[in-house]
Design a binder for this molecule. Structure first.
Ligand SMILES: [Zn+2]
Length: 249
C-alpha cells in the first residue's frame, strides 16, 4: 500500500529538501574550493624546491672538499719549492749536477703550483656559482612557504565558514525531520540518496520540479482525484511529488 501522510507533512518534505539541497551545495563548495588545488600545487612546488636545496647543499659540500684538497695540494707544492729554494740559497748543494737537478725541480714545482692554482680558481668559481644557486633556491623555498601558508589559511577559513553554515543547516534539518513520520522520512531519504540529492519535489503547474517534466493530462487528472493523504510519486523520476496550492490542480 502507498505511503500516507498529511498534506502538512508532505509540505514539510519540501522544507527538508531545501536544507538537504543547501547541505549538498555546501559540501560541493567545500570540496571544490580553489584553495584546495592551490595548496596541493604549492606543496608540490615546495617539495621540489626542498629536494633541489638538498641537492645543491650536497654539491656545495662536495666542492668544498675538493677545494680543501686543492688548497692542500698547492700548499704542499709551494712548501717543497720553498725548501728547494732555501737549499739552493744556502750553498749546501755544490755539485753542478745536483744544482742543475735542484733548479730543474724548482722550475717544475713552480709550473705544477701554477697548474694547481688554476684548478683552485676553477673550484672557487664552481663554489661561487653553487652558492648563488643555493641562495636562489632558498628564496624560492621561502616564497613558496609563505604562499603555502597563505593559501592554507585561506582554505581553512573557507572550511570554517562552510562548516558553520553546514552545522546551522543540519540543526534546522533535524528540527524539520522531527515533524515528519518515520515511514515518509525513510522513503524520502532513500529516494534522495538514490537520485543524487533530491527526494521530494513540488508539483508546480503540472510539472515535476525534480525532473522538470510535465505530467500528462491523464496523470494530472488521476492525482487531482487522489485524497491529499496519498503520497504521490513522479512517473518519470520516482521522486515524491508534493501537492500544494501552486500545483495547478
Ligand atoms: Zn519527476
Amino acid at each position: 500500500m502507498a505511503v500516507q501522510a498529511s498534506a502538512q507533512q508532505q509540505a514539510a518534505l519540501l522544507d527538508l529538501q531545501q536544507h538537504d539541497t543547501a547541505l549538498l551545495q555546501l559540501a560541493h563548495r567545500r570540496s571544490s574550493l580553489p584553495q584546495i588545488a592551490q595548496v596541493q600545487d604549492l606543496e608540490t612546488q615546495l617539495g621540489s624546491a626542498q629536494l633541489r636545496l638538498v641537492a645543491i647543499k650536497t654539491e656545495i659540500s662536495d666542492i668544498s672538499l675538493a677545494q680543501a684538497k686543492a688548497d692542500n695540494d698547492v700548499q704542499q707544492v709551494a712548501q717543497r719549492a720553498q725548501r728547494d729554494a732555501q737549499r739552493l740559497d744556502s750553498g749546501a748543494v755544490s755539485s753542478p749536477k745536483d744544482l742543475e737537478a735542484l733548479q730543474h725541480e724548482i722550475v717544475s714545482l713552480k709550473k705544477r703550483q701554477s697548474e694547481l692554482e688554476d684548478v683552485e680558481l676553477e673550484i672557487m668559481e664552481q663554489l661561487e656559482q653553487a652558492r648563488g644557486a643555493q641562495a636562489e633556491i632558498e628564496a624560492q623555498v621561502a616564497e613558496t612557504t609563505a604562499l603555502l601558508e597563505h593559501a592554507t589559511q585561506s582554505r581553512d577559513d573557507e572550511f570554517a565558514d562552510i562548516d558553520t553554515l553546514s552545522a546551522i543547516e543540519v540543526a534546522a534539518r533535524a528540527q524539520v525531520a522531527l515533524t515528519i513520520d518515520a515511514e515518509l522520512l525513510a522513503l524520502y531519504d532513500k529516494i534522495r540518496v538514490d537520485l543524487g540529492g533530491v527526494g521530494a519535489a513540488l508539483l508546480h503547474r503540472g510539472a515535476c520540479q525534480g525532473c522538470h517534466i510535465a505530467l500528462d493530462a491523464t496523470e494530472v487528472d488521476r492525482i487531482r482525484n487522489l485524497a491529499t493523504e496519498n503520497v504521490v510519486r513522479c512517473e518519470e523520476c520516482r521522486r515524491i511529488l508534493v501537492r500544494t496550492a501552486e500545483s495547478g490542480l
